[in-house]
Ligand binder design. Structure first.
Ligand code: NAD
Ligand code: UDP
Ligand code: UDP
Length: 343
């Protein structure tokens, strides 16, 4: 059964479930699917640091052992190579369900696999949550808003998504995952939480994953031109990974189902982003224009009022502050000084 949550290392927005200072709470058993990936591995670090036991379930499609290797000797850490499309039996208190490729290049690589991961994988993890009475958190995405006709995006907006496009395996997959999550909540009483994550960057992103921040940073470091797709006037809002992890943990421990937008409202055009990368890495870094990809959303910016009010959460790290922390990790990896996983 689910243990009453108790906040360690961060302040809860709610007083419910808190244990008075000085009393020890029971350590939780937590599954992180996709825990060897970029966001998952940072989440695992925080959960281990606050004293919980963590089981990472990952098929290593885009994740890497290096991201979690620093926990291998910790008896509270386990790593299972497993594809969430297959059923899985475990006994746990909480499930953070992150398994799914997040970069457009990766999720378009095998679209049928992407939608299976989102639909069958999420179904399996909800089945697991139901069987053991665990609390389940889904990492959904701002892409459920598609190419939004409302700006900024509020959680009540239903989105503008192409159901038959090249991004649909991801967008519609995540939309179905949200549907499944709510149906298990309503139909089977599973405790669920839904986060809609906006573009996130930071150390341990795959260097060549095709996402814009990792591309620009790696290109500028290698003295290659930064590839701006289209006219570069499309916008995104970039969130530093530690802010996201804080939001995910508050959401899991809090009492609200969501969905909650978790993102940094600071909005940048891709040309402005290229400029920040120039300021951070190399003022002489060049820009090269490339044709844009199909169905690229024109703009994206979260309205985070709901998360501020109900979770007491807001991002703390601006792009200009977060980018240098990512750059030092990328510098080490691009130039072969392998100290991965420790940042
Ligand atoms: P990532 O690609 O670094 O991590 C995903 C992890 O899931 C990888 O370790 C991968 O190996 C694993 N995985 C993929 N398919 C799997 C399967 N079938 N079975 C088991 N493991 C599998 O991506 P990320 O940026 O860390 O994203 C984590 C989650 O957050 C994803 O669900 C993603 O959709 C969501 N999200 C991320 C962002 C972002 O900007 N990073 C934005 C919105 C949503
Ligand atoms: N499932 C799982 N682990 C569990 C329990 C269920 O992987 O501990 C899978 C199960 O194989 C099924 C899915 O989750 O495919 C949904 O399970 P549920 O019990 O909700 O539905 P049913 O098995 O009745 O279709
Ligand atoms: N983009 C770009 N150059 C690149 C990679 C991406 O200009 O090398 C653009 C892309 O067209 C999109 C934005 O950056 O408008 C964000 O793309 P990303 O793949 O990072 O995330 P998503 O489209 O999922 O928000």
């Amino acid at each position: 059964k689910y243990y009453e949550p108790y906040q360690v290392g961060f302040q809860s927005a709610n007083s419910g479930g808190k244990i008075p200072l000085g009393l020890k709470r029971k350590s939780l058993r937590i599954v992180v699917t996709g825990g060897a990936g970029f966001v998952g591995s940072h989440l695992v670090d925080r959960l281990i640091a606050r004293g919980d036991s963590v089981i990472v379930v990952d098929n290593f499609f885009t994740g890497r052992k290096e991201n979690v290797m620093h926990h291998f000797k910790n008896p509270r850490f386990e790593l299972i190579r497993h594809d969430v499309v297959e059923p899985l039996l475990l006994e746990v208190d909480q499930i953070y369900h992150l398994a799914c490729p997040a970069s457009p290049v990766h999720y378009k690589h095998n679209p049928v696999k992407t939608i299976k991961t989102n639909v069958v994988g999420t179904l399996n993890m909800l089945g697991l949550a139901k069987r053991v009475g665990a609390r389940f958190l889904l990492t959904s995405t701002s892409e459920v808003y598609g190419d939004p006709l409302q700006h900024p995006q509020v959680e009540t907006y239903w989105g503008n998504v192409n159901p038959i496009g090249v991004r649909s395996c991801y967008d519609e997959g995540k939309r179905t995952a949200e549907t499944l999550t709510m149906d298990y909540h309503r139909g089977a009483g599973v405790q669920v939480r839904i986060a809609r994550i906006f573009n996130t960057y930071g150390p341990r992103m795959c260097i060549d994953d095709g996402r814009v921040v990792s591309n620009f940073v790696a290109q500028a470091l290698r003295k290659e031109p930064m590839t701006v797709y289209g006219d570069g006037k499309q916008t995104r809002s970039f969130q530093y990974v530690s802010d996201l992890v804080e939001g995910l943990m508050r959401l899991m421990e809090g009492e609200h189902v969501g969905p909650f937008n978790l993102g940094n409202p600071g909005e940048f055009t891709m040309l402005e982003l290229a400029q920040v990368v120039q300021e951070t890495i190399d003022p002489n870094a060049r820009i090269e224009f490339r044709p844009n990809t199909e169905d690229d959303p024109h703009k994206r910016k979260p309205d985070i009022t709901k998360a501020k009010n109900l979770l007491g959460w807001e991002p703390k790290i601006s792009l200009r502050k977060g980018l240098p922390m990512m750059v030092s990790d990328f510098r080490q990896r691009v130039f072969g000084d392998h100290k991965e996983g420790g940042s």
